[in-house]
Design a protein around this ligand. Structure first.
Ligand code: ATP
Length: 135
C-alpha cells in the first residue's frame, strides 16, 4: 500500500512526525476529510476536533485545536495552535478547563468577545475529554 507522511506542528515545535501513514482523517471546517497517498493538493482550515492516523494497521488519535492542513500527494502538514496524543491528555485538567469555560459563559452573557473565547475554550476542553477516550 502507498503511504504518506504526516507532520503536526504547533508554535512550540513538532508534536508528531511519521513517514508511513495509511490514511489520515481530519475534521475540516467543511466536514470530515479522509486522505490517502496521491490525494489532490489542497489547503483547508481545521476546526477543534480529532485527527486520526492509521499507522501499521492501527489508529493513533490526536486532539487538535483550530489551524490549517496542507495536503500534498505524499505529505500532510498540519499547523495548529495545540495538539496532544490521546494518551498525553490530562483529563482532570480538561475537566477543570471545561468548568471554567462554563462559568465564564454564564458570567459573559452579554459580552460577545468573551463569550466567543469561552466557547472556544469549552470546545477545546470537550474535545480533549472525547479524544482521551481513545487512549
Ligand atoms: P487550559 O485552560 O487547561 O490551559 P487551554 O484550552 O487554554 O486549556 P491551550 O491554550 O489549547 O489550553 O493549550 C496550551 C498548552 O497546554 C498546549 O501545549 C496544549 O497542548 C497543552 N494542553 C492544554 N490542555 C491540555 C490537557 N488537558 N492535557 C494535556 N495538555 C494540554
Amino acid at each position: 500500500m502507498n503511504t504518506m507522511a504526516l507532520d503536526i506542528v504547533t508554535p512550540n515545535g513538532s508534536v508528531f512526525s511519521e513517514e508511513d501513514c495509511e490514511i489520515i482523517i481530519l475534521q475540516t471546517k467543511q466536514g470530515e476529510l479522509g486522505v490517502m497517498a496521491g490525494h489532490v493538493p489542497t489547503v483547508s482550515a481545521l476546526k477543534i476536533g480529532s485527527l486520526r492516523a492509521k499507522i501499521d494497521g492501527r489508529y493513533e488519535y490526536f486532539a487538535v485545536t483550530e489551524g490549517f492542513v496542507e495536503i500534498r500527494p505524499e505529505r500532510v502538514s498540519v499547523l495548529i495552535q495545540a495538539g496532544e496524543f490521546a494518551e498525553d491528555i490530562d483529563t482532570a485538567r480538561a475537566r477543570q478547563a471545561k468548568e471554567r469555560a462554563e462559568q465564564l459563559l454564564e458570567q459573559a452573557k452579554d459580552e460577545k468577545v468573551d463569550r466567543y473565547r469561552a466557547e472556544l475554550a469549552l470546545n477545546r476542553a470537550i474535545n480533549r475529554i472525547n479524544v482521551s477516550e481513545h487512549a
